[in-house]
Design a protein around this ligand. Structure first.
Ligand code: FES
Length: 97
């Protein structure tokens, strides 16, 4: 596929960051295509992709996530820790029997 005019060069790492209660921020050389595989023009190296569905300029974010109250699930602050059950000796104590 051809590169859209004004696109950044295809060098450097690519990353996608999920913003809490907001868009996905894509940085670096990625190619955007629509549902038919046709390229979507991208004018910046860093772009915000809508994930709330309310943007009027999808696939890009237009800030509408704030007005619609889009909320994402927060990751756990601490990892889950599984504490093993204590081992209980079921045999009666010889002194109490
Ligand atoms: S995430 Fe910003 S408008 Fe949808």
């Amino acid at each position: 596929m051809s590169r859209a005019a004004g696109d950044a060069p295809s060098a450097g790492p690519t990353s996608i960051t999920a913003c809490p209660d907001g868009p996905l921020i894509a940085r670096g050389p990625i190619e955007l295509v629509d549902e038919h595989g046709d390229p979507i023009e991208r004018r910046r190296r860093t772009i915000a992709l809508c994930r709330c569905g309310a943007s009027a300029i999808r696939p890009f974010c237009d800030g509408s996530h704030r007005t619609v109250g889009f909320r994402t699930e927060r990751p756990a602050r601490t990892p889950a820790v599984i504490v093993p059950e204590p081992i209980v000796d079921e045999e009666p104590d010889a002194a109490s029997a």
